[in-house]
Design a protein around this ligand. Structure first.
Ligand SMILES: [Zn+2]
Length: 129
């Protein structure tokens, strides 16, 4: 018989594996069951709960999450102005999300709505004059 804490940790680990499979890498100790995270991260928690139900007939609704939750991990935002990516949504290199990091080190501006794209548009429009 698994304790609520064990069930929580196992389900959170499952959610982390699902997220990783979708290239969403999160910080150690990230809590997928929290309400204040990106909906996509919550989706991985829901998938893990489904797995618990199907494989072990465990209804995670019966687990008192408030009793077993991890201490909150701050979900930092990419430091690039205009970029809304958060650590719970994908890979980070230091304080930069991976797309911004790649744009900065490669000089290749991909689509998106960040200040980098605005600068590229300005550069492009100057060239057209
Ligand atoms: Zn970014």
């Amino acid at each position: 018989m698994r304790t609520d804490k064990e069930l929580f940790e196992q389900t959170n680990e499952l959610a982390k594996k699902f997220a990783s499979r979708m290239r969403n890498v999160v910080a150690d100790g990230f809590d997928f069951s929290r309400d204040d995270i990106h909906p996509r991260a919550n989706c991985f928690w829901d998938m893990a709960c489904i797995a618990q139900e199907v494989l072990t007939e465990t209804d995670m609704e019966n687990v008192d999450l408030d009793e077993v939750r991890l201490a909150p991990v701050i979900d930092i935002k990419c430091i690039v102005k205009g970029c809304s990516n958060r650590k719970s949504e994908g890979e980070f290199v230091g304080e930069l999300c991976l797309p911004c990091y790649n744009m900065l080190i490669s000089g290749v501006v991909k689509y998106g709505r960040t200040f980098i794209n605005d600068m590229q548009k300005k550069i492009d429009s100057v060239g057209e004059d």
